[in-house]
Ligand binder design. Sequence first.
Ligand code: NAI
Length: 426
Amino acid sequence: MTNVVKVAESDVADPSLAGEGQRLIDWAAREMPVLRIIRERFARERPLEGLRLGACLHVTSETANLAITLKAGGAHVSLCASNPLSTQDAVAAALSRQHGIPTFAVKGEDSARYYAHIQSVLDARPQVTMDDGADLVAELHKGRRELLEDVIAGTEETTTGVVRLRAMARDGALRFPIIAVNEALTKHLFDNRYGTGQSTIDGLIRATNVLLAGKTFVVCGYGWCGRGLASRATGLGAHVIVTEVDPTRALEAVMDGYRVMPLAEAAPNADIVITVTGDINVIDRGAIERFKDGAIIANSGHFNDEINLAAIDDLSVEVTAPRTFVQSHRLRDGRTIHVLAEGRLLNLAAAEGHPAAVMDMSFANQALCAEHIAKHHKDLALAVHDVPQDIDREVARLKLQAMGVSIDTLTDEQQKYLASWESGTT
Ligand code: NAI
């Protein structure tokens, strides 16, 4: 297999923004000590030497630090956006101009350009894929099957991507193994919960400047993201209502202190409704018809299909844009409903996505999984795999170390005790 592949030039909004982008990348790097340790080791050991790596990720300052780490490890990285609205144009410029990483991402790109950018990454004939939502892997399997023979494995960043890839594996459609980075404890316990929780509120406030204290705030979905969002909204004084379809998650929300009810019941009183489910049409016509005048609705789940936008359009007589990420729909019955960021993930469209300190762990997992693939791909069965436990624990250990937190260690006696069954009640 040759590693010499001609890679297209980048497609970024404005290459002259590279200086600003580099400052953002450096700022994020301050909060990414685990990735820095990995980058320094990668630069010495070059575990990814010559590997062609195609990445479809949100093009943010944190992702730039990952791409630079992978390159330091010897990989030929090409990068495209995993969402049309999440790209930080200055960062894209810096990656392409200052780091020589072919980058295909323009904030606000239309669907045709979004998919053309994925094709540009595929043109570099990736041997390893790194996806956030599985669009890269899906395009590869749907239209570029001639490239499959080069691919040794891939990684997936988010819940929705893992769900899609497991569906592909179930259907027998998946043609190379995937490591589901989202499933690492050091990923979803922190990134999905604290990252999405904080940054979704950040996006909401930047888009609207709304006061949360005293508002009725509905969180649809009480998974990892929903738990974080509900707790952060509560912290700002909102009255949080949770909607769920899973009885265990609903029960957990009740015992965590939230009111739980169907969306149709919550809708008439809701000031703000945010979906984080990974599901389709969670806010459907029925709920839209019941929202009160002035309700704000948004999504922080991966795809922009959690809100039935077509139904809102159908009910609208006029759409105005009072602020950059706000579309105000005046409905036939006179009510107005405000939709944020075209229903795309609010935290990345209207804010900057997760803070670097939490992406440090997610992307440390990504970098170490890429190394694992380079070393062990021959042993990986054709399936969607969890992140190896030693990687997950190593990321936690390094993060604690970087935070200056030390913990106890098991004594020999305790290790023996915990591994035995003989001793019971004394
Ligand atoms: P999860 O699987 O832990 O939780 C999703 C929850 O939504 C589940 O409890 C499920 O029962 C519930 N749900 C499904 N359909 C529903 C419906 N119709 N009404 C109410 N609840 C419903 O998933 P997680 O990790 O919380 O991720 C949620 C979404 O957010 C995914 O699309 C994921 O890819 C995305 N995500 C977005 C991030 C961001 O930066 N905005 C970061 C991480 C994940």
